[in-house]
Each structure stands twice: as C-alpha cells, then as structure tokens.
Design a protein around this ligand. Structure first.
Ligand SMILES: Cc1cc2nc3c(=O)[nH]c(=O)nc-3n(C[C@H](O)[C@H](O)[C@H](O)COP(=O)(O)OP(=O)(O)OC[C@H]3O[C@@H](n4cnc5c(N)ncnc54)[C@H](O)[C@@H]3O)c2cc1C
Length: 322
C-alpha cells in the first residue's frame, strides 16, 4: 500500500506548490501508516529532484522519456495510473492547478477511484475516508466521504503550507510502456511569457476595481506591483468594461487565487469577488468607504483614496527595499 503524489515541474524546476504537495502527502502517508511515492515526469536533474527530500520525499520515481518533456494530460494520466497500480496505491494526490485539474479525473477513471477536487486540509478521518473542501464558491464547507478502495485528491494551493522534513532520498528512474496512440498531440514550440508575474502562481497580487474610476488611472497599481514583484489583478466589472484584460479577472467567474498577500484597491468586496481571493494569507484593502464589505474579510484596512494611498505605499516599499 502507498500514497502516490505527482509533483509537476516547470521546465525542470519545481515550484512551492510541488513542495507543499510533498509536505501534505508526507503527513498524510504518516497518518495512514503507509509509504509515500513521489512521481516526477519529464526531463529534470537529480539535484532538483533532491530538493523534494527537504519536505519528506524519501522515494521518487522519475519518468525520463523525451516524449514526456511537455505535459500531455492523457499520457501523464496513463503513466501515473500505471505507477499507482504497481505501487498498490490507496491514494493518488496532485496539486489543484491547471494540470492537476486535467490529469486527476483521468487517473480516477483509470483506477476506478472516487475523487475529490481542491481539498483544504488533511482528511478528517481515514476510516471512513472523509475530506473537507470549500463549496458554493467558498460560501460554505462540505465534508465528503469517499467509499472506493482507491481515492484521488487534488490539493488546493496555499492551504497546507511548506513543512520542512529532511530525509534521505532514493530516486528510481522509470521507463513505463505507453501506447504510442496516446501521443496524439505534438507541441511544436512553446513561448514563455517574459517580464510578467503569472497571476495564479504569484505570491503577491495587487488588484484593483471600479474605484480606480478610469483605465487611465492604472499606473499606480502597476508601479506598486513592480516594486513588490507582484502580479496584477482586477474585479469583474473592470475587465467587462475592457479596462483590463479578462486574464486578470478574479472571483467566482474568474481566476481563483491564494497568494500570500492580496492588495485590493477600490474593490467593494462583493461575495462573487471574495470567492476568488478568500484563501489569500493576508488581505489588505484600500477603500474610501469604511462600510465597504471588503473590510470584513481584510486583515488590514486603509480608509483612503487609491490615488493617494497607492503611490505612498509604493514609495514606502521602495525605501524599505533600498
Ligand atoms: C453571477 C455573478 C458572478 C460574478 N462574478 C464576479 C467575479 O468573478 N469577480 C468579481 O470581481 N465580481 C463578480 N461579480 C460582480 C460582483 O457582484 C460586483 O459587482 C463586483 O465585484 C464589483 O466590482 P468592484 O468592487 O470593482 O466595483 P464596485 O462595486 O463599484 O466598488 C467600487 C469600490 O471602490 C470604492 N471606491 C470608489 N472610489 C474610490 C477611491 N477613489 N479610492 C478608494 N476606493 C474607492 C467604493 O467605495 C467601492 O467600494 C459577479 C456578479 C454576478 C451576479
């Protein structure tokens, strides 16, 4: 029996979400009194794989096949399911990011497993297997019992955190047999977005709403984001109006993010907006209206005009950096 976790890498590098997944699954394997097997797919150095051992990965299976250097969900799901069967996995876990969302349901079908997406914590109980997750866009929590012998989970980002737990690590190189028919899509080339922090990966996000009053007023938002190395985001009306791109829209109908710091400037804090940001570790709100609902979810509130507060924050961060 074992817990199998798929740690995704990005061009041969792990991110904090991979370390969080290892921290979570190590604790879970201890709770279940079973072994943890981490699966890595695609080209990666031994040095990079060893970084996972800082968080408790004592056994890693590295699938080294040039055809898998670029992620294809069908192929990755097949490889993970094969390894899960071989390792007699009772549980398969991956991060609830775009690739996890695409791969986990496929793995669940292949293993005839019950699946729960975006769990927040360690299971409430192992027998029966019950996990907690947010429901109805974060308005409530639900407890879900999985009755199948094998279970698949995806872990919501930034819920568990990183837990250092250095161990000796064994790395096995694996070459699973994959039906060539699964390689139906060939990615000819990839272009990396340069000089822009990706919103869903960002540790820090500066977000603004209709309180900015005009798309021409966005420079203070961008300047603060530049100083903090943050991504920029916005409320839905802002993107609906075409002030900012829909890529930046967060909330119930936009992206769901969980940065360490979320700065909401001129955003009222409607429930549909909060649904996308409520898992942020620290929320700072800037609003002229002391009664704005955003203050009820904020850790820090600044009552003031965005055009006055944002440049002052930028200046203060600039000074503290230099
Ligand atoms: C089905 C559905 C789905 C939705 N999905 C989403 C979603 O995914 N994401 C989302 O964001 N919204 C969503 N909405 C819209 C949501 O209900 C709100 O209308 C929206 O979030 C409000 O955006 P806002 O806070 O930018 O604007 P407003 O509600 O207009 O608030 C502007 C805020 O700025 C403050 N302000 C004004 N001037 C200043 C100033 N100079 N300095 C500081 N503060 C100032 C005001 O006091 C106010 O609080 C959805 C709505 C529905 C019905």
């Amino acid at each position: 029996m074992s817990v199998v976790a798929f740690a995704k890498n990005w061009n041969g590098k792990f991110k904090n979400s991979s370390y969080e997944l290892v921290s979570y699954t190590k604790e879970l394997a201890n709770q279940m009194q079973t072994n943890l097997v981490i699966v890595s797919i695609g080209k990666i150095t031994e040095e990079e794989l060893n970084k996972l051992s800082q968080y408790g990965a004592d056994r890693i299976i590295s699938v080294n096949d040039a055809r898998m250097n670029v992620l294809t969900s069908r192929v990755y799901a097949e490889v993970i399911a094969q390894i899960a069967k071989k390792e007699s996995a009772e549980l398969v876990v991956m991060t609830d990011n775009n690739s996890g969302k695409a791969i986990a349901p496929r793995v669940a079908v292949k293993l005839k497993a019950g699946m729960v997406a975006a769990v927040q914590e360690l299971p409430v109980s192992i027998k029966p297997f019950v996990v907690k997750k947010q429901m109805f866009s974060g308005k409530t929590f639900g407890y879900v019992q999985i009755n199948s012998a094998i279970r698949v989970l995806t872990l919501a980002k930034n819920c568990f955190g990183l837990v250092e737990n250095p161990v000796e690590c064994n790395i096995d190189i694996s070459h699973p047999e994959v039906n060539t028919g699964l390689f139906k899509i060939q990615i000819i080339s990839e272009e990396e977005q340069k000089n822009k922090v990706i919103l869903t990966d960002a540790d820090c996000v500066v977000s603004a709403g209709r309180g900015m009053r005009s798309p021409d007023n966005w420079r203070p938002v961008e300047e603060l984001a530049e100083v903090l190395g943050a991504a920029t985001a916005c409320s839905r009306p802002v993107s609906d109006e075409g002030w900012r791109s829909h890529e930046e829209h967060v909330g119930q109908t936009g992206k769901v993010i969980a940065p360490n710091l979320y700065i909401a400037a001129g955003i009222s804090g409607a429930i549909q907006h909060v649904a996308g940001i409520s898992r942020s570790k620290c929320i700072v709100a800037i609003n002229t209206d002391p009664e704005a609902p955003i203050f009820s979810v904020a850790d820090y509130g600044i009552i003031g005009d965005v055009m006055d507060v944002l440049p002052r924050l930028t200046e203060a961060f600039r000074k503290s950096k230099s």
